[in-house]
Design a protein around this ligand. Structure first.
Ligand code: TRP
Length: 328
């Protein structure tokens, strides 16, 4: 059991396709750290994904796959509370109650909505009120800390504004969450040297076939330095390989980059083998989970039950404060 003095940390992740090294060394490693030190609540945000992924087959398979990915990579469903958003539909009720507190002007200022529209997405009401659903996700669990990337900073400010407004309109009912903005984690480069991101199509996936992973690694951009020239270390291949090396390993690699006779093709092959060795146990666990969906459903059901327990308590408080519960 988490100790009573630990903070409640909550995070939601959209099920958006296969996890890559950028996710693993960024978000995932933070989660695991939170899991060991705090009370972690973590869910797969399939209601959020619904606003931009109307294809039902992809939504359901992405949701299942995301669950397998997280469980395989070390999300511990006993230590933490891990569930699928739609398994605790109380969040939709809270979204509605909060919606009545939110001025349209606040939503109009949401930059992520504007970005999505400018990328050509057809605006729907779900996309428009996305920040209110996100506020409900956070507030429904008395969350104290929300670790988010910079892109989610505004959403978190909105969640705080909404909670403060609710508390001012009614009694002090909701916990005001604090953001933990991820400035520190280093940028993980993609195979083209830009930030690793699905939208740049430059990722190295973790759970793809060995063949595809190798293909991606072989495509990492390198320069045309002569074999006997010292090589540039401020480059994606060097940085990516280093993620898997201890300080001695890094030192060795660095010396090889400084010396003569280094072939990028050899380094890529070594990096591939190192990466596969590192992820082998996770890949095996992932296979075991995905070939036993009943087991995964059971784990998620258990998580939903734990999450629902907290959600119902908080929602009851909200209903009372707002006068929705007319029997009191
Ligand atoms: N909007 C977040 C994203 O796209 C996902 C998310 C949904 C979330 N609800 C949340 C993150 C609550 C933190 C807390 O990354």
């Amino acid at each position: 059991m988490p100790n009573k003095n630990s903070l409640r940390v909550l995070s939601g992740i959209q099920p958006s396709g296969s996890l890559h090294l950028g996710n693993y060394f960024g978000m995932m490693s933070r989660m695991i750290k939170y899991q060991s030190q705090n009370e972690l609540f973590c869910f797969i945000a399939n209601y959020h994904a619904l606003t931009t992924l109307p294809d039902s087959k992809s939504l359901s398979s992405n949701t299942f796959n995301a669950a397998c990915d997280f469980l395989a990579l070390g999300l511990d469903s006993e230590k933490s509370t891990f569930w699928v958003q739609s398994d605790v539909p109380e969040v939709a009720e809270l979204t509605w109650i909060l919606s009545s507190q939110v001025g349209v002007g606040l939503m109009d200022r949401a930059t992520s909505y504007k970005d999505k529209i400018s990328q050509g997405l057809k605006p729907n009401m779900g996309l428009y009120s996305y920040p209110i659903l996100m506020a409900a996700d956070i507030l429904l669990f008395d969350t104290e800390i929300v670790p988010v990337g910079k892109d989610q900073k505004q959403h978190l400010e909105m969640a705080r504004d909404i909670a403060i407004k609710f508390n001012n309109s009614y009694d002090d009912t909701l916990i005001i969450p604090e953001p933990d903005i991820d400035e520190g984690t280093k940028l993980i480069p993609g195979i083209d040297g830009r930030k690793m991101s699905k939208s740049y199509n430059n990722t190295i996936p973790i759970f793809d076939s060995e063949k595809n992973i190798r293909k991606k690694i072989m495509r990492i951009v390198t320069d045309t330095a002569d074999i006997d020239e010292p090589k540039d270390k401020d480059t994606p291949l060097f940085q990516l390989y280093c993620l898997f090396l201890d300080s001695n390993g890094k030192q060795d690699l660095s010396e090889r980059y400084d010396g003569k006779g280094l072939r990028y093709g050899d380094i890529k092959q070594e990096f591939f083998e190192t990466m596969m060795d590192y992820f082998r146990p996770y890949r095996e666990k992932r296979d075991a989970l995905s070939s036993n969906p009943e087991k995964v459903y059971e784990i998620l059901e258990h998580g939903a039950k734990k999450a629902k327990h907290v959600a119902c308590e908080v929602l009851e408080r909200v209903r009372l404060s707002a006068g929705v519960n007319y029997r009191s």
